[in-house]
Structure formats: structure tokens, C-alpha cells
Design a binder for this molecule. Structure first.
Ligand code: LLP
Length: 419
């Protein structure tokens, strides 16, 4: 977990005071440090690129802010996209179509047509999708997502690679699917699997790479297709708690590339980190509205709830919290940090020691860059919040906060109901 600079009791991010950011842009607000984003990208890219040709496909579902995408485009990243909306967003941020790979599930014909029109790469998830894509276009490069029979993740809700999963070509249908793609005239270039998201061990990556290498060789022997790239998915975990271990990227990259080079003729390794790249680049600042001593529990009521950050309510995820304007004060008691949503499941942090929280204080929620804003909603009719980018002492708005009018923007009251 990242440490932040303490300037006489005020938490700083990217050389800017968190209190000044909260005062200037309002709260809640997501704040991203550009330098950390760039460092994370370079760390993961360079660890693998030492060994093989490497494509980092940033899993943009974690965070699709256009400014953040533009930074990763400057870094040379590729993209893992899951919808036509994500593909078009990445094109808007300047990514060339050939650096975007789409991996969908239960994809409609209309979406396939729109994807083909953009020229992005398509990683096919099912035999049905293959046949339907063939009716639109076949003289194009494709790859397949397979179900590896290996599952990982921080919660059962994000494990995707186990046997019988809804994702990918089932293991025993892989060879016939590659053969069929060749017969249909596709240029089949690669193989992909994703085990799940945010587990803290690297064991599943070794397992999935073993499965994929075995298939690469069988595909060569049984269909004559020599694949060019192997994509072992995303899911690299990050430390959310102070005592959580960090992933040893050098060891992971060495082991994976060694296996691929030893066992196959694959030239390019691809991976799809989302969380690793954006998670600790961003904090969420939220202001204390209310402090309540409710007998056995003490509550700190802040202005961000599960409408703004859903991970605690949805997965029981842990996010470290600190009082940004009392950064060097000693902690006094345990508190529940809760939001303004009218459900008892609405919380940000459970049983945390904090230094005497008062109305107006600023709570910083750490590691909020992955699946933070991108999963936020206007539930309870609370408009979505702003996003700010900080870089070497300067702060810039990269998303305006939504307004009350935005809640009504696409709604229609039939005329007869207004009489
Ligand atoms: N590739 C594929 C095919 C994926 O489905 C995902 C995530 C990734 C890559 C990126 O995984 P990452 O490196 O970010 O762990 N909302 C959940 C996470 C859902 C992940 C879904 N797929 C959360 O807040 O933890």
C-alpha cells in the first residue's frame, strides 16, 4: 500500500494538498496521480519486456476516464475492451484500432458489426460468436478466449476461469474451434484465458500458462496453426491492506516467459492488468457530514456511499481510510465509515481507528482507482462525482461532477401524464 506525503498534518498527493483539492473541486472527488499511473504501467511492461515481445492490454473496465486513457496511450499501452462503448471510448482517447482487443461475452450481432467497422482486434468467446462473426467478415485476425479450468480472485463474484464458467471456449472444444476458424478463412493469431481478478497469489498465472502452452502445441499439431501470441489475462492483485504482500513482478515475468519460450514457439506475451495499473494511482476524497455515537457503534457519516464506491458493499472489499486533514493526529477510537445511501449495507470502511473525526473533516479512501468511478451510479438520485488529475504540484479537473439535471436527461414524461 502506498505512503503519502504528510505536510504539517495534511495529506498530499502528487505535490497537491488534499484539503485544497476538496475545497476547490468539492467532494466526493476521485484524485489520480499521473506519475504513479505512469510508474505502474512502466513497472509491469518493463518486467515482461526484458524477456519477450510484450503487449500490455490495459483492462479499461477498471477506469475509462479519457485523460487516464490518454496517459496510457502515450505510454504505448494496448487495450482490453469488453464492449463497443469501451472500444469507441479508447478510439476517442487516441488509441489506434489495432492496439485494442475486444473480448466480450454473449455478444450480439449488432455489436459484432460495429466492432468490425472499427477495425479493432476480436478475441472470440464462443463457437456461436465465431459463426456469427464469419457471416460479417472472415479476412481478419482473431484469437480465442478459452476456459482454462483455473479460477482465481478476491471474491467468488470475480472468478471467471473455472470449469463450466460462462466465459470462453470449453477446454474440450478448443481444437475443433480452431480448426473451424481456419476452415472459415480467419487468420487465427492467438490464445487467451483469464482466471479472475485480484487474487494475491501468482500460482494461478503459472497454472493458466501451463494450460495455454499445452494447447498452443496441440493446436499446431492437430490443426497446423502456429499461434503468434499468448494472452494470460489480467487479475494481478494489489495490496489494499498495509500488511498485504506486493506482487513480485520480476519473478512472475521470469517464470511465465521462461515457460512460454521453453515450451512453445510463441513470440509475444500479452497480459491484461486493470487493477495493477490504476488502483493505487487514485484516492477518493469524501467529507464528513455527520458524526454519531450510537451506543455500541460510532459512525462517521461521509458524502460518498456505495453510489460512489461500491466495492465494500458489493464484495466486502477493504479500502484503507485516513483523515486527510488530521494526517499526523493519533487515533482515538473505532468508527464505522458510512455513506448517505438509505440501505444498511452502505459502508465504506468497517471498524477503523481514526483520530477524533468531526464534521467537515476529509476522509481519504485509498486504492480507489480500479473499479471505483467506473462502477459508480446515480442511485438515490445523487449525481456522479468529479475526477481530478494531479501532476507534480498541479491539479486539473478531468471529469465535471454531474448535475441534478443529468438525472432527468433521458427521461420522458408522456404528455398525457402532465395534464
Ligand atoms: N481481463 C479480463 C478478461 C477480465 O475479465 C478482467 C476483469 C481483467 C482482464 C482485468 O482484471 P484486473 O487486472 O483488473 O484484476 N469489479 C471487480 C473486478 C471485476 C473484474 C472483471 N474482469 C472489483 O471491483 O474488484
Amino acid at each position: 500500500m502506498r505512503d503519502y506525503e504528510n505536510d504539517k498534518g495534511t495529506m498530499m498527493i502528487g505535490g497537491v494538498s488534499t484539503v485544497e483539492i476538496a475545497d476547490r473541486f468539492g467532494t466526493p472527488v476521485y484524485v489520480t496521480d499521473e506519475q504513479i499511473l505512469r510508474q505502474n504501467y512502466r513497472a509491469i511492461h518493463d518486467a515482461f519486456a526484458k524477456h519477450m515481445d510484450t503487449e500490455i492490454h490495459y483492462a479499461c473496465k477498471a477506469n475509462t476516464n479519457l485523460a487516464i486513457l490518454s496517459i496510457l496511450n502515450q505510454e504505448g499501452s494496448h487495450i482490453d475492451a469488453v464492449s463497443i462503448g469501451e472500444v469507441l471510448t479508447c478510439l476517442k482517447a487516441g488509441f489506434p484500432a489495432e492496439r485494442i482487443m475486444y473480448t466480450g461475452v454473449n455478444v450480439s450481432d449488432a455489436e459484432l458489426k460495429a466492432l468490425v467497422a472499427t477495425g479493432c482486434r476480436i478475441n472470440v468467446d464462443s463457437q456461436s460468436e465465431l459463426e456469427r462473426l464469419a457471416k460479417i467478415k472472415t479476412d481478419m485476425p482473431i484469437s480465442f478466449r478459452i476456459t482454462p479450468g483455473v479460477a482465481s480472485g478476491h471474491s467468488a463474484k470475480v472468478m471467471t476461469g473455472g470449469k463450466g464458467a460462462k466465459f470462453g471456449i470449453p477446454y474440450d472444444k478448443v481444437i475443433e474451434t480452431y480448426a473451424r476458424a481456419k476452415e472459415l478463412g480467419f487468420d487465427v493469431k492467438g490464445i487467451h484465458a483469464h482466471t479472475g481478478s485480484g487474487g494475491l497469489t501468482t500460482e494461478p498465472f503459472s497454472q493458466v500458462v501451463d494450460v495455454l502452452c499445452g494447447l498452443v502445441n496441440r493446436i499446431k499439431n492437430e490443426t497446423g496453426i502456429q499461434l503468434e501470441f499468448l494472452d494470460f489475462g489480467g487479475g494481478i492483485g494489489v495490496p489494499y491492506k498495509p500488511q498485504d504482500p506486493e506482487c513480485d513482478l520480476d519473478e512472475l515475468a521470469f517464470e511465465i516467459c521462461d515457460t512460454i519460450k521453453d515450451e512453445t514457439e510463441i513470440r509475444t506475451v500479452a497480459l491484461e492488468p486493470g487493477r495493477y495499473i490504476v488502483c493505487d494511482s487514485t484516492i477518493l476524497l469524501t467529507r464528513v457530514n455527520d458524526v454519531k455515537d450510537a451506543g455500541p457503534k460510532k459512525y462517521v457519516g461521509v458524502d460518498a456511499g456505495f453510489n460512489t464506491l461500491i466495492r465494500p458493499a458489493m464484495y466486502d472489499s477493504y479500502h484503507y481510510v485516513a483523515l486527510a486533514n488530521k494526517f499526523n493526529k493519533a487515533c482515538t477510537a473505532k468508527y464505522e465509515v458510512v455513506g448517505p445511501i438509505c440501505e444498511s449495507g452502505d459502508y465504506i470502511a468497517h471498524e477503523r481507528v481514526l483520530p477524533d473525526p468531526e464534521e467537515g473533516d476529509i476522509v481519504a479512501v485509498y486504492c480507489a482507482g480500479a473499479y471505483g468511478f467506473s462502477m459508480s451510479s446515480p442511485y438515490n438520485s445523487r449525481p456522479r462525482c468529479a475526477e481530478v488529475l494531479v501532476n507534480e504540484g498541479k491539479a486539473e479537473l478531468i471529469r465535471e461532477p454531474e448535475e441534478i439535471e443529468d438525472l432527468w436527461r433521458h427521461q420522458i414524461i408522456p404528455e398525457r401524464l402532465t395534464r
